[in-house]
Design a protein around this ligand. Structure first.
Ligand code: IMP
Ligand code: MG
Length: 189
């Protein structure tokens, strides 16, 4: 799928409704190998008798989170946060709205915030102070992709899947105007 420039094979065109993507950036195999490594690293980081809560940032992290928690080999609880920052465009609106906040108490808990991608850092910089104000036991972040363009992150992710190119990426949970989340690979558009 990597060869031949634009992604125009039949299966992809059928999945995208005929729209061509630029190129595959991460294949399903590359993603699953890396996610397994991240799951192992998270499992090893926390003492086995301590509580662990994985907080997925929806919607973008839903596929990553589902794969990641299945690679965590210790007890873990899962909850979600829903924020929205991009609207329908491909650049950050700079405005982060919290649409759903976890119902579980967070006080005293080891929390791993799971992000699909860190771009400008706006989302992280909005969320982290409000999470910290809730007296967590600890807070770490796990991001599948990091564009490494944000210079003042409120929290550096302890676990990063890939240093991503600055292109706009879709697939494996990432969307453009809600399209392409279901693609099993990550592509640029
Ligand atoms: P930030 O607030 O600019 O760091 O962007 C974080 C959020 O924007 C992510 O959780 C994504 O939902 C979205 N985002 C950033 N870059 C991309 C991209 O390349 N493709 C799709 N969504 C993106
Ligand atoms: Mg999005």
């Amino acid at each position: 799928m990597r060869e031949g420039g634009r992604l125009a094979d039949e299966r992809t065109l059928s999945a995208t409704g005929g729209r061509e993507l630029e190129r595959v950036v991460y294949t399903p195999e590359e993603i699953s190998d890396r996610v397994a490594e991240m799951g192992r690293a998270i499992s090893e980081h926390y003492p086995p008798d301590e509580d662990l809560l994985v907080l997925g940032l929806l919607k973008g992290s839903f596929i990553f989170l589902a794969d990641l928690v299945r690679c965590i080999s210790r007890p873990v609880h899962v909850d979600f946060l829903v924020v929205s920052s991009y609207g329908l465009g491909t650049t950050s609106s700079g405005e982060v709205k919290t649409l759903y906040d976890p119902s579980t108490p967070l006080e005293g808990r080891n929390v791993v915030l799971v992000e699909d991608i860190i771009d400008s850092g706006t989302t992280v910089n909005e969320l982290v102070p409000s999470l910290r104000s809730r007296d967590l036991g600890s807070l770490e972040m796990c991001a599948l992709l990091h564009k490494r363009v944000a210079d003042d992150l409120a929290l550096d992710p302890r676990w990063v899947g890939f240093d991503a190119p600055e292109d706009f990426l879709v697939g494996y949970g990432l969307d453009h105007a809600e399209d392409f989340r279901h693609l099993p690979f990550i592509a640029s558009i």
